[in-house]
Design a protein around this ligand. Sequence first.
Ligand SMILES: Cc1ncc(COP(=O)(O)O)c(C=O)c1O
Length: 485
Amino acid sequence: MSAEIDSTAATVTEQALSRAHALASAFLASLPERPVARLPSAEEMAAALDEALPESGSDPAAVLDQWFARAERGITASPGPRFFGFVTGGVTPAALAGGVTPAALAGDWLASAIDQNAGMWASSPAAAQTELVVLRWLKELFGLPEHWAGALTSGATMANLVGLISARQWAGRRLGFDAAADGLAGQPAICVISSSAIHLSAVKCLGTLGLGRRQLRQVAAPGGSVDVAAMATLLRGIAGPVIIVGNAAEVNSGHFDDIAALADLRDAHPGGAWLHVDGAFGLFASASPRFAHLCRGIDRADSVASDAHKWLNVPYDSGFAFVRDAAILREAFAADGAYVVGGSGWDPFTHVPEVSRRFRALAAWCALKAFGRQGYRALVERCVEHAAAFARWVEATPGVELMNPAALNIVCFRVVGQGGNEAANDQLNRTAVGLIQRDGRAFVTGTVWGGRAAIRAAFDNWQTTLDDVALLQAAVKDVATDLAS
Ligand SMILES: Cc1ncc(COP(=O)(O)O)c(C=O)c1O
């Protein structure tokens, strides 16, 4: 009897997994041709998916089919070669030429199947040890000091949180209190400074940490890089400990702060300072000898945040944080519970906000193992070459113009209307973003640069080729021409 139940269950499981495999394979195969986005309205998506909680269950394979068919209009081709919006990676293959095997994707699937709780050594020594290896490989890839502590996170926002919570803990200690244990109420304020190019996620973290989004003090970032002299002046007016947030790089055109100069300011500040660097995608510049100079000084930071679902090209969600002072990091996330039996190894939950967590390290392990240092170097260099090719095209093409030189992998540009009216031109660019997205050949996102509406294209995907860049150019050109007429 029980064998019968087991074999039925196994059949149902296999059918559901085969169905998921078939749907996934068809989706991946469709990426080169598929419209990059269809932009359904909120009403359309609600009509497709919204329904009351089912009273009873259904066949898992049929459920997958149903979901895919109903949701498909809202599935973007974001892992594909022409999704240049935000800063979006893909899912790495094991080999770029011939028999492409999606290594990171396969690792992610296996992580779901074996369903390890990667929060504690005791719940999965395999997950904890794999994560330690991945962290070590990432430090080697980016030339970061081997002794730094770290952990995988759900993305760069959480990685920023891990770095900034450590900074808060350090500052509290300097001011004579334990921020994690005692809280901030009644304590002296902790000063946080950055440039105007700070990413919204770091500002969001300041709210989460009780440091206050509005308490952030910013100096100018001409061209996207912090004005170091202005920051030095600001620092001179602050007596106590300061948290400095540096950017490597900013999200609109990929420009870097001079991290070494910020580290010098940190060292010279009499009240003490902590240097946190947001390297969500820019940290990957250090994987290439051609671009590593952009990150100069990052090994002198106190904490560094980055993303794996961007340039490491592993599936969402995945990021990582490193902190120089392991004791401060552990103090920030200290937690005690008799039921969390200690194992003999590393407990990741003592380094991150969560206790239970997904085994993200497996996808990253597979990707790093399949690509190696040279694979990532080549990926970064290819993406930067694509960005440079697109930037050259923008500069050479009437009707579009660069807003800022492309420092790495992001090109910030705009469509230029006739008549020279800036307000009308802003509207033109907002319209252009929507039209390019609707066109379906390539996906870009809008922004504001120097107070003017602009468009950005970010190059982070392993499968993008110069043909894809040409399609992006064609889509931009057609929309610019249409708008001009
Ligand atoms: C510079 C920077 N920091 C932080 C983030 C936030 O990353 P995530 O969306 O993975 O949380 C991003 C995302 O684009 C970014 O570009």
